[in-house]
Design a protein around this ligand. Structure first.
Ligand code: ZN
Length: 284
């Protein structure tokens, strides 16, 4: 069974607009909070337990549609379950998202399947599993006798391996400008066109549309490019820099290239990426 992109987006948006079990329990047995700094997602879970059964669960958060929809679906999935059952569900869902395990969750949890489509965008996987990781940490802390747990995405473990990221092949665009005019604007356009052949392997999208190119400065035959990466932990820095320099070197009139990696301001796809990329990334 596989859902179409349209259908999964519809299900995700429906949960985002009408989150189930939305709020914060007044007297929770267990509280856990989590964050995904990459996307700005935040989540607080409160659970009330009878023995080890989850009687009530509420989620309160902010962030992208995927993270919040995932939390909504998770609360539906774990309500009434025991803590070990909920933990098992979390591990099975994460296996689907991170290890390509087959989706074999019970039919009443089929909304979760809509999140499987997110796997195409590695950066969104963190959004989709934030609620489940927060739950796991909360349950673990609770069983260890603590009542508070905090989870922050993006440090360890959850990141797809570099080899997975590199599977995506670069597909150079063919949008070279028609005339090689001498104007600075057309040269800027030429540079943007060749930089569009530089693909961020993690997202499989070009660095121009992602908004990673912060500045193109021309001084005669010298080009200064400032660029950033999607996250400071990105292991692809040297690769991207090399690709930028190679791409610029294809322009015959470019004699000198300076490319500089900068972190200020931090990359924010919500304001910097093209509309097309935002749709691809699931930022609605
Ligand atoms: Zn997110």
């Amino acid at each position: 069974m596989s859902l179409t992109d349209d259908l999964y987006r519809e299900i995700i948006l429906e949960h985002f607009k009408n989150p189930r079990n939305h709020g914060r329990l007044k007297v929770p047995s267990l509280t856990a909070s989590g964050a995904n700094p990459f996307c700005g997602d935040e989540l607080e879970l409160t659970l009330s337990l009878a023995g080890n059964r989850i009687e009530e669960v509420q989620a309160l958060g902010k962030g992208c549609s995927i993270s919040q929809a995932s939390a909504s679906m998770m609360t539906e999935a774990i309500k009434g379950k025991t803590l070990p059952e909920a933990r098992d569900l979390a591990h099975r869902f994460k296996a689907v998202m991170l290890e390509n395990a087959p989706f074999d969750l019970p039919p009443e949890l089929e909304d979760l399947e809509s999140l499987e489509g997110v796997k195409k965008y590695p950066v969104r996987i963190k959004c989709a599993i934030l609620s489940w990781n927060t739950l796991l940490e909360g349950v673990e802390a609770y069983t260890k006798g603590l009542s508070q747990a905090t989870h922050v995405e993006g440090e360890e473990g959850d990141r797809p391996s570099l080899s997975q990221q590199m599977e995506s092949e670069a597909s150079p665009t063919s949008s070279a400008p028609e005339e090689a005019g001498a104007g600075v604007d057309s040269k800027q356009e030429e540079i943007r066109a060749v930089l569009k052949t530089v693909i961020d392997p993690e997202l499989n999208m070009n660095v121009v549309d992602l908004g990673l190119i912060y500045g193109i400065d021309l001084q005669g035959e010298k080009v200064n490019v400032t660029y950033t990466l999607t996250s400071p932990g990105c292991p692809l820095g040297p690769i991207i820099k090399g690709q930028i320099n190679t791409a610029l070197g294809r322009l015959p009139w470019v004699k000198e290239i300076h490319s500089e990696l900068v972190w200020d301001p931090p990359w924010d796809p919500r304001t910097m990426a093209s509309e097309e990329v935002k749709t691809e990334l699931g930022i609605w």
